[in-house]
Design a protein. Sequence first.
Length: 595
Amino acid sequence: MLSKAEKKLVKTESTLEETESKYRDEVCKLSKENQKISRLLRDTKADVTCLQAREPEVSIERVEVEVESEDLRQVLTESQKENALLETDVNDWRQKYTELTNQMKALQEQNINYNKQLQQNIEEVIEIEAKHDKEMERINEEMNGQVEKVKNELKDELDNLRSTNSSLRSKILNVNTSFEELCESHEALKKQASHFPRIISVTIDCVKTEAVRAIEDINQKNQELVCKYHKEMKLRKKYHNELVELRGNIRVFCRVRPCIKEDGFTNPSQIIVTYDPFDDGLLFIANKTRSQVFELDKVFDEKVSQIEVFEEVRSLVTSCVDGYNVCIFAYGQTGSGKTYTMEGPQNDPGINQRALQELFSETQERGIDWEYSISVSVLEIYNENIRDLLNDEGLKLEIKMKADGGGLHVPGLKTVEVTSLNHVNQVFLTGQKNRATATTNLNEHSSRSHLILNIEVTGYNKTTNTRTRGKLNLVDLAGSERVSRSGADGARLKEAQNINKSLSCLGDVIHSLRSKQNHIPYRNSKLTYLLQDSLGGESKTLMIVQVSPVDKNISETVCTLNFAQRVRLVELGTAGRQVESGDINEVKKRRNKLC
Ligand SMILES: Nc1ncnc2c1ncn2[C@@H]1O[C@H](COP(=O)(O)OP(=O)(O)OP(=O)(O)O)[C@@H](O)[C@H]1O
C-alpha cells in the first residue's frame, strides 16, 4: 500500500515538475520577447528623438529673382530641380517617420499584451503551485494514513503471529509428547507384529476349515435342492401322466437320431436341434434366424439308448397285461430312425422285442392264480393292401367287425401264440423273410409300408374266474415325407400317394378326435381303420416321433413336430380295462349294450 501511495506521489511530483518547467520556459520565452520588443521600442524612440532633434537639412527658400541672364536662368532651373528632389526626400523621411511611429505603437500594444499574458501565466503558475501544495498535502496525509493503517495491520499480524507461535510452541511440546508415546506404541506393535505370521497362519487355517465346512454345507444343501428338484420334476411328470391318463391324451415322445453317414459330413453348425437341460419335454429347432420350441411329453436326445427308451414305455407295455389296449407307433420321415426304435439291430433290439420280453416276465411274476397266453400277428399295409407277414400264401385280407361285437379283426390273419423270447425271434425272422421275398429292395419297401406288430395278452384268474384281454399294437409307419418333395412318378407316385393318404387320414382322425366331432373318419384308410381300437376310445396311445438332427431335413423335421404337437392335444377319454367276469352271457349282454 505504501509503495502504491509513493508511486502516486512520485508521479504527481513529476507531473508538477513538468508543468512548472513548461511554464518556466514559457515565461522565459515571453520575457525574452518582451526584452526584444522593449529594445526595439527604445531604439525606435531614440531614432525618432534623433530625427526630431536633427536640423532639417533642407530649408526651403523662396527667392524671387529677376532673371536677367541666361546663366542665371540655368542656375535657377537647376536649383528648382534640386529643390524638387529635396522635397521628395523630405516626404520620404516624413513617411518613414509615420511608419516608425505606427510600428512603435503596435509594439507598445504587443508589449502590453505580452505583459498581460505574462501576468496571467504567473497567476496560473501560482495557482498550480497552490494546487500542487494542496495535492502534496493531501497525498502526504493519505500516505501517512496508509502508513498508519499498514503499521496497525502489521502490528495486528505480528500479534497474531506471536500468539500462533506460542500456540505452535505448545503444540510442538504436545507433539513431542505424542511422538514419544507413538514411539512407545510402535515398539509395542513391532513386538506384536513379530507374532503376526503365526497368528495369520492360524487364522488362515481356521478360515480354511470354516470355508471348507461352509462349502460342504452349501454342497449338501445344493444336493438336497437338486434332489428336491428332481423329486418335484418326477412328481410333476407323474401328475402330468395321471392327467394325461385321465384325459386320455395321446402321449407324444420325440427321439432325435444321431448323425449318420447318409447325412454327409456334418459340422456342428449344421445341427439344428438343441435341448433344455432342465426340462426333458422341450426341444428347440434353430430355424433360420429364430429358434422354434416344441413341447412334448418326453424328448430323447441322440445319446439316449434303446434301454432308456424302453424304460419310458415299460409301464405302458405292462398295462396290456392288466387288460388295456395299448398302441405305440413310430412316426417320422424316411431315415429318421423309426425302424431303429421299434425293431432295432439284433445286438441292441428296440421296443418290439423288449416289449415281448417284458410281457413274458410280467406274466410270469403275476403268481400262480393267473394263466396268461401271448399271441402275435405281424402285418403290413402296402398300397392300401393288408399283407400277413407270418403267412406267405398271399391271401387278400380285409378288416372286419367281430361277430360277437368284440371289436375289429382281420379274418384269416395268422396269429401265433408265443411262449419264449426265442420263439418270438423265430416269428420275427419269418415276418422279415416274408417281407423280403415280396420285394427287390427291402429298405425302400419298408420306407413305403406300415408294419404292425399286434400282440394280444389274455389272462385268466382261476381264483376269481376273471379274464383280461389286452392288445398291444406296435406300429412302424411309412416315411412321412411329402409327395411333392419326393418327385416320384408312376408306381412310386402311387405308393407315395397311398402313404400320403393313410398318413393324412391319420391326421384327419386325430383332428376329428381333437375337435370332438361326432364322426371320426377311421374307415378312410386301412391304417386308421385297423388302429381304430387304439386311436379312439378306451386305449392308451403313444406316438414316438422320430427326427433327424441336421439342417438339410429341417422342413420335414418341423412338419413332424407340428404334427406331434397337434396329436398331443387329442383327448381320447379315460382308458378302460378289458376285464370280463366268468359268466360269458353277462359279458355278451354288456358288449351288446355297448354296441
Ligand atoms: N438312435 C439311433 N442310434 C444309432 N443309429 C440310428 C438311430 N436311429 C437311427 N439310426 C440309423 O439311422 C438309419 C436310418 O434309420 P431307420 O432305418 O430306423 O429309419 P426309418 O425312419 O425307419 O427309415 P424308413 O422310413 O426308410 O424305414 C439306420 O442306419 C439306423 O441304424
